[in-house]
Design a protein around this ligand. Structure first.
Ligand code: PLP
Length: 370
């Protein structure tokens, strides 16, 4: 449902398409050109990916993030292989089993895998009774709005390679991580030893389209067959390519992510100022917070967002390329009003929300809270 007053915080998938992307689609919509990627748009977009990731990299465009992950992991593994991931990983909880591999899901405090999570699973290597760990998949930024440092990625890649495993990065929000770390993709992805990356476009201002970027040249040769068999080869490829050209031109991909991250910082700051517990460090474009159940329902009626963890009333707010300061201000005002003056305790966590005057007046609630 569309919120008519201001942009919501449910998901960056709910956001609009950036006007420069819309323009690129319109501009590409003239005349016929060859299909399945044999067109000049695709050629240009692929060359932009080579500028970002180096001449040895190979990018392949796909329709969506699940497709990118599934194909990337298929390129790394056989059906008897297992993939080590965080238990919050999109491949684990949000892809309906599409990776079709054993997933070794690890609970983490912040969505980030560490070597301590990975190493204990490696003693089964060579034992025929066990699915063989053959890849590690990390999300950058994570589903918890946190970001791996360059060193953390390098360490994970080193452990993987020491034991014959590959490293996949789910970069549906890679731009938000790049902005957060203020490093190039060469530093974050290429030099750290990542083998394959799902590069996100849709959550960062595109209408649709993602890329699988192969950094390990040994994996590139057969990928085109994997993509076609996996139903992710677009016949009208020019329309994905044209969007990527616009996204990668003049750093639009970074500008979009910059805005989303900055708005998340603002929202996180405002929530904490009110005494609300923000449960994860806000390092990319998502904010996680615990609220009283009754406030959640009321806020959701005004501007829908998702529960993250029903057990402890934890919610997730996501900022997007098109989130404005006014959006944050309005949402903050609603938030303040809904939780103002409440004392509450959830799952052993104690909260006291400051009782400063609400900026938005809602007669019904005012009566009840007064
Ligand atoms: C971290 C992450 N990876 C992958 C995806 C999959 O994207 P799609 O919904 O386009 O398949 C999402 C979507 O929300 C995501 O959050």
């Amino acid at each position: 449902m569309m919120n008519e007053i201001f942009n919501g915080f449910a998901s960056d998938n709910n956001a609009t398409v950036h006007p420069r992307i819309m323009q690129a689609l319109a501009d590409a919509n003239h005349g016929h050109c060859l299909s399945y990627g044999d067109d000049s748009f695709t050629e240009e977009a692929l060359s932009l990916f080579k500028q970002l990731f180096g001449q040895d990299s190979e990018a392949f465009f796909v329709f969506n993030g699940t497709g990118a992950n599934v194909l990337a992991l298929q390129a790394l593994t056989q059906p008897y292989h297992a993939i080590i991931c965080a238990d919050t990983a999109h491949i684990c909880v949000d892809e309906c089993g599409a990776p079709a591999r054993s997933l070794i899901a690890n609970p983490t405090k912040d969505g980030k895998l560490t070597i301590a999570h990975i190493e204990p699973h490696l003693h089964v290597l060579g034992v025929e009774h066990h699915s063989q760990p053959h890849a590690v998949s990390i999300s950058q930024s994570t589903e918890m709005g946190t970001v791996y440092t360059v060193d953390e990625i390098r360490e994970i890649a080193a452990v993987c390679h020491r034991h014959g495993l590959f490293l996949h990065v789910d970069g549906a929000r890679i731009a938000n991580a790049a902005v957060s770390l203020n490093v190039s993709l060469q530093e974050m992805i290429v030099k750290t030893g990542v083998d394959i990356l799902s590069f996100g476009g849709t959550k960062n201002g595109m209408m649709f389209g993602e890329a699988v970027v192969i950094l390990n040249p040994a994996l590139a040769q057969t990928f085109k067959y994997i993509r076609k068999q996996g139903t992710q080869l677009a016949s009208k490829m020019r329309f994905i390519a044209a969007q990527f050209i616009a996204l990668l031109t003049d750093n639009l991909w970074l500008q979009n992510a910059q805005n989303a991250n900055r708005m998340a910082q603002l929202l996180s700051h405002n929530a904490r100022e009110m005494g609300i517990t923000v449960t994860q460090p806000t390092q990319a474009n998502s904010v996680f917070a615990v609220l009283p159940a009754e406030a959640i329902k009321k806020l959701q009626q005004e501007s829908f967002f998702y529960m993250w963890n029903v057990a402890n009333n934890e919610v997730r707010w996501v900022c997007s390329w098109d989130t404005t300061e006014e959006d944050v201000k309005q949402f903050t005002a609603s938030l303040k009003f809904k939780v103002s003056g409440l004392k509450f305790e959830v799952s052993g966590l104690k909260f006291k929300v400051s009782s400063s005057k609400p900026e938005t007046r809602n007669p019904k609630l005012e009566t009840r809270n007064s």
